[in-house]
Design a protein around this ligand. Structure first.
Ligand code: C2E
Ligand code: MG
Ligand code: MG
Length: 732
């Protein structure tokens, strides 16, 4: 009966321990439960488990249950056979890796040292069983019973089975621990993980994989990861990568992949092969981190360093890099061109309308320039109103010239910023490698200097840099000085070109045109020195002198009885500036001094100047009209008039620019424009004067179209006063 009971208890114990193994997640929890069960279900007085401490050569208690556990805290069990506590049952079990059955505890000589030291320990019998991990003894399970001879053959077999089950559980728990750790890493790491089998079918991915690629695990399981490929890397790259994986077990590097959204992104990736204990390849594991965040930040910094914040265009630094790069790549027969673009009178717009309008204008200018460039040209903003274009690999300088022409004509249309209609021109300087320089600094400096040359040529045009340009710049300084002297030295004269009634061919007036006879250079045309005079401010003195001379002459001719009614005098833009030219004071003073009635004076103002600052011009011209003089718009057709303004301008006459007349009747466009201008003038009830008439055919055409007045070489070149007088006398 007793034996049956005992066996039943042991079965009970075994069954409870098995359940514990299923339920317990942690080693201590399991082993404690086993000891508890040994006491409560197994009927043992006490049970404990100790670990082998290899370093100190001792066994230390880990968990215990039952009565007498208090002694365990101080218990000494050595693994050293020379130690008096080194020859007990537990040491015997560890050293020989087999159970020890102590059937009569009190009589067993091996238990003597403990019986002496721990008088409270009165056991009938004890069993000591080894516990293993990786086939090594790592600990002991010790069970104490009241009775002697407790462990018969069946009991021993059952307890050995219990110990073996614990061995298995210990291994299982450790595996679980590693797996749990791995699973935690797998689930929580910010690096994407993708695992495939040896046939490259995906068997697992983690949350970061989904976050980075956009694919859920369900979507990709069983698939070949090739759907992630960016297509950027060539076959050689992939071959090398897999070669490394197969030969050294892993490959590490940067690789571009494609997200579910289609977006390409860079990732830092480690690709490893995993083999089983027999060396057979079982998995490939890819661990990767998304570099696009880092790249974006890098790119942002890089962008800021290389771009103009207002327009987003490349800045000088980036232009330099690109130019240097282009210079390196350019072959013998081709060159690199730099166009230096400066807005004409931008400062004026900024000053009059404020910086917000100025900024908006710059943005629009950038956009408009860009429209006319190819994608591989670089448009940069250097600063303020200065832009530059880099053209790579051009075969001939005329390509740069064509582009410059296109860009200049792109500015014919005004910019509409808020409620303002802004007319703005550009001056462009061009330098070409290798003649004008073979590095960025030189090319830019020379393009800049060519741009200044363009400005002196009257703006809204382009100039190439040539080495002669530097000399020209020096000459220009000299010319400036000469011009200042010209008045005093009486090198300036005024010529008069007859203006005729086309129908009667009678002279009705004259246009005063200034001439400069330079002592060494000979005659210099006004188209060259007027802009120079404007830049230096000398135009004010010059304009006053011409006005005075012409008015005095007109008065003289009236005295002489010449049948002409008006004298036209050209007025430069600068003279119109209220605060500078002070035309409102000058004109009455000159008229009074020369005793010329205001009705005999006509002032010619160029269309481009008026339209550049239309509102301001209307006010100035209104004031001038109050003086009784008449007003003409000169060079009409070249200055992008707005009809809205034209209607409001207090003018009497439109002068059709000679560039339209000279191609009549061969150029059908010019014919059409001329017709339209005449019709426009008639409908606005303005007089219209055609300038530059050189043939009878042009004369007849203009007459037919309803143009009443004209001037040109066909009737007479500009003449000096004496010749003009004689010319009229001869006609009448
Ligand atoms: P503009 O006011 O349009 O003057 C007409 C120009 O056309 C003059 O050139 C005249 O000589 C030229 N011309 C007249 N008939 C013909 C023709 O049949 N064929 C051709 N090809 N040309 C003809 P010019 O005298 O060289 O003057 C050039 C420009 O210089 C003038 O253009 C005017 O804008 C400016 N200018 C001349 N004198 C003065 C002045 O005293 N003050 C100011 N501010 N500008 C002046
Ligand atoms: Mg004129
Ligand atoms: Mg003209």
């Amino acid at each position: 009966m007793a034996e049956l009971k005992r066996r039943n208890r042991l079965y009970h114990l075994l069954s409870h321990c098995n359940q514990a193994i299923v339920h317990c997640q942690y080693e201590r929890e399991l082993l404690q439960t086993v000891c508890d069960h040994a006491v409560t279900h197994g009927g043992f007085k006490m049970a404990w488990i100790g670990w082998v401490d290899d370093t100190n050569q001792v066994i230390t208690p880990f968990v215990a249950a039952g009565s007498g556990t208090e002694n365990l805290e101080s218990i000494q069990i050595s693994l050293n056979p020379d130690d008096p506590f080194g020859q007990g049952p537990a040491s015997e079990v560890v050293n020989h890796d087999r159970p020890y059955w102590c059937q009569d505890y009190a009589a067993d000589p091996r238990t003597a040292p403990w019986r002496e030291h721990y008088p409270g320990r009165h056991w009938g019998s004890a069993a000591v069983l080894p516990l293993h991990r990786h086939e090594q003894v790592i600990g002991v399970l010790i069970l104490y019973a009241d009775e002697r001879w407790e462990f018969d053959h069946d009991a021993q077999a059952l307890l050995i089975e219990l110990a073996a089950t614990l061995d298995f559980a210990l291994k299982y728990l450790e595996d679980q621990k590693i797996l749990r750790r791995a699973a935690a890493v797998f689930a929580h790491t910010r690096e994407g993980i993708l695992i495939t089998d040896a046939q490259h079918n995906i068997v697992a991915t983690n949350a970061a994989f989904t976050q980075i690629t956009g694919y859920t695990e369900e979507e990709v399981l069983g698939k070949n990861p090739r759907f992630l490929k960016s297509g950027i890397h060539d076959a050689a790259f992939n071959r090398k990568k897999w070669q490394a994986v197969h030969e050294i077990g892993y490959w590490r590097g940067e690789i571009w992949n494609r997200r579910k959204t289609g977006e390409l992104y860079p990732q830092w990736q480690t690709l490893s092969s995993v083999r089983d204990s027999n060396g057979k390849l079982i998995y490939y594991v890819a661990v990767f981190s998304d570099l696009s965040g880092i790249r974006n930040a890098e790119q942002k910094l890089e962008y800021l360093a290389h771009h103009d914040p207002l327009t987003g265009l490349p800045n000088r630094l980036l232009l330099e890099l690109r130019t240097d790069h282009a210079l390196q790549r350019t072959h013998k027969k081709k060159s690199v061109a730099l166009l230096f673009i400066d807005l004409d009178r931008f400062k004026h717009i900024n000053d009059s309308f404020g910086h917000a309008v100025g900024d908006a204008l710059l943005l629009n200018v950038a956009a408009r320039l860009k429209e006319h460039l190819r994608s591989d040209d670089t448009l940069a903003r250097l600063n303020g109103d200065e832009f530059a274009v880099l053209i790579e690999r051009i075969k001939h300088s005329r390509f740069a010239a064509n582009l410059a022409t296109t860009l200049i004509s792109a500015f014919a249309e005004p910019f509409i910023i808020q409620e303002h209609i802004l007319h703005i021109g550009v001056s462009i300087g061009i330098s070409l490698s290798p003649d004008d320089g073979n590095n960025f600094a030189t090319l830019l400096r020379n393009a800049d200097s060519a741009m200044h040359q363009a400005k002196t040529q009257g703006r809204n045009n382009y100039q190439f840099y040539t080495s002669a340009l530097t000399a020209a710049a020096l000459q220009r300084v000299a010319l400036e000085n000469d011009l200042r002297q010209a008045l005093k030295l009486k090198q300036l004269t005024v010529l008069y070109q007859p203006q005729l009634d086309l129908h009667s061919r009678q002279v009705i007036g004259a246009e005063a045109l200034v001439r400069w006879h330079h002592p060494s250079k000979g005659p210099i045309p006004p188209d060259q020195f007027i802009p120079l005079a404007e830049e230096t401010g000398f135009i004010l003195a010059l304009g006053e002198w011409v006005l005075h001379t012409a008015c005095r002459q007109m008065h003289q001719w009236q005295q002489d009885g010449l049948p002409i009614t008006r004298m036209s005098v050209n007025i430069a833009g600068q003279q119109l500036h209220r605060d500078r030219g002070n035309l409102m004071a000058l004109v009455p003073r000159v008229l009074a001094a020369t005793r010329l009635p205001p009705t005999a004076l006509d002032l010619e103002i160029t269309e481009s100047f008026i339209m550049q600052q239309a509102e301001h011009s209307i006010a100035t011209l209104d004031q001038l009209r109050t003086l009784g003089v008449s007003l003409s718009i000169d060079d009409f057709g070249t200055g992008h008039s707005s009809l809205a303004y034209l209607k409001r301008l207090p003018i009497d006459t439109l002068k059709i620019d000679k560039s339209f007349i000279c191609n009549i009747p061969s150029d059908s466009n010019d014919v059409a424009i001329t017709r339209a201008v005449i019709a426009l003038a008639n409908s606005l009830q303005l007089k219209v004067v055609a300038e530059g008439i050189e043939t009878e055919q042009q004369h007849q055409f203009l007459l037919d179209q309803g143009c009443h007045f004209g001037q040109g070489y066909w009737y007479s070149r500009p003449l000096d006063a004496v010749a003009f007088f004689n010319y009229i006398k001869k006609l009448t």
